[in-house]
Design a protein around this ligand. Structure first.
Ligand code: DQA
Length: 149
């Protein structure tokens, strides 16, 4: 069974309460439950982790590699724009990472237009709300299907 890690970075624990006009009204708990259930429907195991701490996110990426996670769906929050440590952690593992942003970062402040993570990510989804996480799951599912053909 394919195992996927959904990783959320700083401030995403406050989803639903935090700037709902930008990030929507769904809470992180709702999002995590939804992803776990969607995973079950697709015969995929989804495990979830959120942290406000850069080092903990890096540790999780290393752990994903060591525990043979098949793919990571990762919203690094503001770390996206400046964390070379997170960028290097992704570059240093073979496990594919799809970068997800709830908001359309390219329509927002200029500092959000740059992602230091994107060059080492498998792909990026931005601006589609929490649907972006679901689409990332679908992408991993289809990719696995291709390998089986
Ligand atoms: C975000 C966009 C980032 O710029 C911001 O710092 C976040 C959330 C998003 O999901 O749209 O925390 O990653």
């Amino acid at each position: 069974m394919m195992k996927i890690l959904m990783l959320n970075g700083p401030n995403l624990n406050r989803l639903g309460k935090r700037e709902p006009g930008i990030y929507g009204v769904s809470t992180l708990k709702n999002l995590e439950e939804r992803m776990i259930n969607l995973g079950k429907e697709r015969k995929m195991e989804v495990v979830c982790f959120q942290s406000n701490h850069e080092g903990e996110l890096i540790d999780k990426l290393h752990e994903a590699e060591d525990t043979e996670i098949d793919g990571v769906i990762f919203n690094p929050g503001a770390f996206t724009h400046y964390s070379y440590a997170i960028r290097d952690a992704i570059a240093g593992i073979t496990c594919p990472v799809i970068e997800v942003h709830i908001s359309n970062v390219y329509q927002r402040e200029e500092f959000r237009h740059k992602s230091v993570v994107a060059p080492v990510a498998k792909g990026q989804i931005a601006g589609l709300g929490i649907l972006g996480y679901e689409l990332a799951l679908e992408a991993f599912k289809r990719e696995a299907g291709k390998e089986e053909e």
